[in-house]
Write a protein that binds this ligand. Structure first.
Ligand code: PMT
Length: 401
């Protein structure tokens, strides 16, 4: 059924992933989008323009100065026509040209002329992806408002393994039009924790952390949008309760433990996005602690690990933990994945200028057994969509294995 009336300009640049763009064009077309394709000359070495013409029903644009195409739809008209420019695959060369404002072929000229939102799905060798020049180009593009989709980590066409694989066409399509691709979590029950916990010291004081709940609430909202029945267990936050979602409010780590363990067995997926206190005061004073001594020592005791307890349940839900790190992010996250017997872990840097606690944006390094994916810095809602997409994908991969 056609549901989208979007005019999408699909730019295809010269990488082996160009073959996946044929499927992408088809998926976008099936969603009701009017798709016009622009290929770089090197892309035409991988896939013929005829393939895209047959799939979209429109001639493919390849050259900047083509008399016929200039008459029919010149580059400025083409840029004006588009509601959205999506470049997939986006090679390192194309990203460099976009970031520097070079316009020496049709695609780079269109990018400069386009006033619509621009999305790029990078695809390249892992060493090229890691090169400072590529990182800087990407950062410039993000600063200019370009949305970067992916890439994934995995085996590459060159035989190496690492980040640089273009996202699957289905994932790109879902990220662009989450509601159009059905509901990837339809029929699933998802339990999510969010926010901080507060560990009381006395009737007026507590130990807590900087979590705002934004990440967990974004996950809850998106999971509901993806068709899931969502229960959100929330520490004290200043966010409005999400519509249509059952919210259980708790304060302490022990209360969160009790609430989660009472619910977890009824759920298919558990996501621990809350920043649960690792330690709480060994005793809560009945009266306000008086200011007498120059130094006050507070004995603390370890809280119970909610995530590990869920992962140890006999019929455990698909268990996703978060890892908040200030150093050696990948190493610590992978250790937590193994030690707590998780299905997946989403690691974020905290204590930095952007992302992490109390920020509207975040970036995640996601690890599961045998795989890894980097979700680049974006609004927490976009990150939530990408993470839940990954979870849905992994659950499906598990059930069809
Ligand atoms: O709320 P925001 O301002 O939007 O910020 C988002 C966030 C930074 C809080 C979030 O993205 C995040 O990283 N949440 C996890 C924070 C954390 O406690 O990380 P950790 O590395 O200390 O803990 C690892 C995992 O164990 C987490 O899933 C945590 O929920 C869980 N845990 C920790 C202690 C405990 N007693 N029980 C637990 O279940």
């Amino acid at each position: 059924m056609k549901t989208i009336s979007k005019r999408i300009l699909l730019g295809v640049s010269g990488g082996i992933a160009a073959y996946k763009s044929a499927q992408l064009a088809r998926l976008l077309y099936r969603q009701g989008a009017d798709v016009r394709v622009v290929m770089t000359i090197s892309a035409t070495r991988f896939v013929t323009p005829l393939t895209f013409q047959a799939l979209t029903g429109h001639p493919v644009h390849t050259t900047l100065l083509d008399e016929h195409q200039e008459n029919a739809m010149g580059h400025i008209n083409l840029a004006r026509w588009a509601d959205l420019l999506l470049v997939a695959p986006a090679t390192a060369n194309v990203l460099a040209k976009f970031s520097q404002g070079l316009a020496d072929d049709l695609l780079s000229t269109l990018y400069l002329a386009a006033e619509c939102p621009v999305f790029v799905a990078p695809a390249m060798n892992q060493a090229m992806w890691a090169k400072p020049a590529t990182r800087e180009n990407l950062q410039r593009l993000k600063n200019h408002g370009v949305t970067v989709l992916g890439p994934e980590q995995g085996e590459q066409a060159c035989g190496e393994t690492g980040p640089g694989r273009m996202l699957e066409p289905e994932t790109i399509c879902r990220l662009l039009f989450p509601s159009a691709n059905g509901a990837p979590l339809q029929g699933k029950k998802v339990l999510i924790t969010a926010g901080p916990t507060r560990e009381p010291l006395d009737p007026v004081r507590y130990i807590s952390n900087r979590s705002s709940g934004k990440m967990g609430y974004a996950l809850a909202n998106v999971a509901a949008k993806f068709g899931a029945e969502v229960t959100l267990i929330s520490g004290p936050v200043a966010l409005p309760a999400p519509a249509g979602i059952k919210v259980l409010s708790v304060e302490t780590a022990q209360q969160m433990y009790d609430a989660v363990l009472a619910q977890a067995h009824r759920h298919d997926i558990y996501i621990g996005a809350a920043a649960v206190a690792d330690y709480s005061p060994a005793a809560v004073e009945k009266e306000k602690i008086k200011k007498h001594a120059d130094e006050l020592l507070l004995p603390l005791q370890k809280t119970r690990d909610i995530l590990a307890a869920v992962a140890a349940l006999p019929d455990k839900p698909y268990t996703v933990g978060f890892a908040a790190e200030t150093e050696d992010l990948a190493l610590h996250a992978q250790k937590k994945l193994q030690r707590k017997n998780l299905d997946m872990i989403a690691a974020n840097w905290v204590g930095r200028e952007s992302g992490g606690f109390d920020s509207d944006r975040n970036a995640l390094s996601v690890f599961w057994q045998g795989g890894h994916c980097q979700l680049e810095m974006a609004d927490k809602r976009v990150i939530a969509e990408q993470l839940l997409d990954l979870i849905a994908e992994r659950i499906n991969a598990k059930s069809t294995a």
